[in-house]
Design a protein around this ligand. Structure first.
Ligand SMILES: C[S@@+](CC[C@H](N)C(=O)[O-])C[C@H]1O[C@@H](n2cnc3c(N)ncnc32)[C@H](O)[C@@H]1O
Length: 216
């Protein structure tokens, strides 16, 4: 079966990889997931949204630590994994570029490893939507690649290899994301937010950014 295309999003991209996603990426991603937990504990968020939540791995870990959150994703295969296991994640099928939530609904709106694989226009729309549904004084957390002269060569090779394996439009969008300047470029011109914290992982290949939505 070919890929089902809705808007500019390929809905079946993760059809075959969803089951292997967590076991394969666990060693690389777990320190980042743990840092998110630490930040949630530090800032006492009451309502949490995970945008493009995938397998719901972060939400499941949050649940294990006693924090409730909800997620949205477009892949039925990923959502099916999210709904399984001891700590089922509360994830629904929804497009991150046009969320159904009212303005300022959540204290923390996060997304991890989702922006680099989108077209620039879609990634930008997702960030704008994240800001819209974040409460004033609430936080936006973004985890994604940031390749710079500080990034180790091994990390660069590994990241390019993983993205090359994903292939097709995903890989083209990743290359374009890197060429354009990654997150700093994508976030330029996003108003009403200030940086609160930043942490690097994977020998400076991955950044976690915590932004605060200003009160107006
Ligand atoms: C690389 S996965 C990241 C999953 C998860 N955030 C994590 O940290 O493991 C990217 C996810 O974005 C989802 N996605 C892509 N476009 C989307 C959209 N427009 N709205 C919601 N989810 C989307 C994909 O289905 C996929 O599950």
């Amino acid at each position: 079966m070919g890929k089902i295309v809705k808007g500019n999003t390929k809905m079946e991209e993760y059809k075959y990889s969803a089951k292997f996603y967590d076991p394969l990426l666990f060693p690389f991603i777990r320190p980042i997931r743990n840092k998110v937990i630490a930040l949630v504990k530090q800032y006492h968020y009451k309502s949490i949204l995970d945008v493009c939540c995938g397998t719901g791995d972060q939400l499941k870990l949050l649940k294990q630590h006693g924090f409730d959150g909800e997620g949205i994703d477009l892949s039925d295969a990923m959502l099916s994994v999210a709904g399984k296991g001891e700590h089922k994640a509360d994830c629904i099928h929804q497009d991150a570029t046009q969320m159904h939530y009212e303005n300022a609904k959540f204290d923390l709106v996060m997304t991890a490893f989702s922006l680099h694989e989108k077209s620039h226009a879609s990634a930008r729309k997702i960030v704008e939507e994240m800001v819209r549904v974040t409460s004033e004084g609430g936080d936006i957390l973004i985890v994604d690649y940031e390749l710079s002269e500080k990034t180790s060569t091994l990390s660069k090779i590994l990241i390019y290899f993983i993205e090359w394996l994903a292939g097709g439009e995903h890989y083209r969008n990743f290359k374009s994301y890197v060429k354009k300047g990654g997150l700093p470029e994508l976030l330029s011109g996003i108003t009403l937010t200030t940086e609160v914290e930043r942490h690097y992982f994977g020998k400076y290949g991955i950044v976690l950014l915590l932004l605060r939505k200003e009160k107006v």
